[in-house]
Structures are given as structure tokens and as C-alpha cells.
Design a protein around this ligand. Structure first.
Ligand SMILES: [Zn+2]
Length: 247
């Protein structure tokens, strides 16, 4: 299989990316506050190749004010997408102002879409804007949100049902709708397993232990009683013998 040089050119926006991006503002997740963290996030989620990340890091060092502007844009995009996703979770239309801001940001991002050579013919990719593409990671995030809004996935946005979690999900799996994020799902399933098998097994073990203690006690009581009865019989026998001696 040929090594993929730049995932940024080929990554598939399947809707999950914008939710993962919004979740970076969740207290349970690693936050994105610096430009370096945005690049690391992009690499971790397959939207930036190593070469792109290095190139952008050098460009950000050379233009710190622009990098700062992208940090601000990152925070604003996250807040905007959170409001839009929340509206979808609640099955209502996102606020008109939010959609206006989203369309502006999306327009700027999609202006960078290009036809790039593929193995046979051409495919959609991204231009590099001659190095002026510090906000490149956000292009992918915005495209991902656009795909959620324009496909059946706009009805599949949910917030994890576990108390205190609050992570957004786009349920892309067929079958039963998801309720939890991956981590809470694992926790809920292991808790259920515990209550349906481990706990009853432990209760059975404890009941058996209690039974054993009671039975041992009963055995000891009966043995003692038998011993005492034996002693009584012997005492009776010896007192009879004494009496015989008397008469
Ligand atoms: Zn969760």
C-alpha cells in the first residue's frame, strides 16, 4: 500500500470531526488553546500530515500575530459550532446569526478547495495558499460541520447521556442509536455486567459463607449438647453406682 504523504488532502469528512473539535472545549478533554495545540490536534485526527504541521509551525513562528489570530478564530469556531450542534441535538434550527457566521467562515475555508491530481484523474483537495494557510485545520472542521448539516447526520447529533460527561457525538453507526460516548459506553457496559453477573456471584459467595458459618455454629452447638448429654449420662450412671454402694 503506498504511504499516504498528506492526510490533509485525502481525509474523509464523515461528520465526527466537528464534534471531536467541539469536545476539545470539554473539561474532560485536552483543550486547544495555543497554535501548537491546534496543529497537534490536527495531526492526531488525521487532517494534517507531519510535513504540513512542520511547515505551519515554522510559518506561525515567523508570523506570531497571525498565529494568535488563528488561536482566537479557533475559540470562536468552537463556540459557534457548539451552539449549532446543540441546536441539532435539541432538534431545532440553529440561530440565524450563527448560521450567518458559519456561512462566512465556511465560504473562506472552501475558497481553498482545489482539484488535485489523483491516481486516475482528479479529486477534491486543498490548496496551500502559498504558506498563508495557518487556519488550515479549521477548514477541515468547518467542512465536517457542513457535511453534518447537509446529510442525514444532522438528525444524529447527540450529547452523551452519562451524567457529567457532555461530549457531543455524531452517531454514524447503523442499528440501535447510541446513547453514550465510547468511554461512558464502556463504563456503562462494565457496570451492567457487574450488576448482572459479578455482583450476584459475589452475593452468592457471601450467602454461602454465611450459611457455612451458621452450619459450623450449629454443628458446634450440637456437638457440645451431645457432649453434655454424654456427661449427664455418665454422672447419672456414677451416681446410681454410688447409691448402690450405699444400699
Ligand atoms: Zn460520555
Amino acid at each position: 500500500m503506498p504511504r499516504r504523504k498528506s492526510p490533509s488532502a485525502t481525509v474523509r469528512h464523515d461528520g465526527g470531526l466537528c464534534a471531536v473539535f467541539v469536545n476539545s472545549g470539554n473539561a474532560r478533554r485536552k483543550s486547544i488553546s495555543t497554535y501548537g495545540e491546534l496543529l497537534a490536534w490536527g495531526q492526531r485526527h488525521g487532517v494534517l500530515g507531519d510535513a504540513d504541521a512542520e511547515r505551519l509551525a515554522r510559518a506561525a513562528e515567523a508570523r506570531p500575530a497571525d498565529a494568535e489570530a488563528v488561536e482566537r478564530q479557533t475559540r470562536e469556531t468552537r463556540a459557534l459550532l457548539e451552539r449549532i450542534l446543540q441546536a441539532l441535538v435539541e432538534r431545532r434550527t440553529p440561530a440565524a446569526d450563527d448560521m450567518k457566521a458559519f456561512n462566512q467562515a465556511l465560504g473562506a475555508a472552501t475558497a481553498n478547495r482545489r482539484m488535485v491530481p489523483a491516481e486516475s484523474g482528479w479529486r477534491w483537495g486543498w490548496g496551500d495558499r502559498g504558506g498563508d494557510d495557518l487556519d488550515r485545520v479549521l477548514w477541515h472542521v468547518l467542512m465536517s460541520a457542513a457535511e453534518v448539516l447537509t446529510t442525514r447526520y444532522h438528525r444524529k447529533v447527540l450529547v452523551c447521556a452519562a451524567e457529567g460527561c457532555g461530549l457531543f457525538l455524531v452517531d454514524r453507526l447503523p442499528g440501535r442509536p447510541r446513547k453514550w460516548c465510547r468511554r461512558c459506553g464502556i463504563r456503562a457496559r462494565s457496570k451492567k455486567r457487574y450488576h448482572s453477573s459479578v455482583k450476584p456471584a459475589r452475593n452468592r459467595r457471601r450467602a454461602a459463607q454465611r450459611r457455612r458459618v451458621a452450619e459450623d455454629y450449629q454443628r458446634r452447638v450440637e456437638a457440645k449438647r451431645a457432649e453434655e448429654e454424654e456427661e449427664d449420662v455418665q454422672d447419672e450412671a456414677s451416681s446410681k453406682g454410688k447409691n448402690r454402694n450405699v444400699f
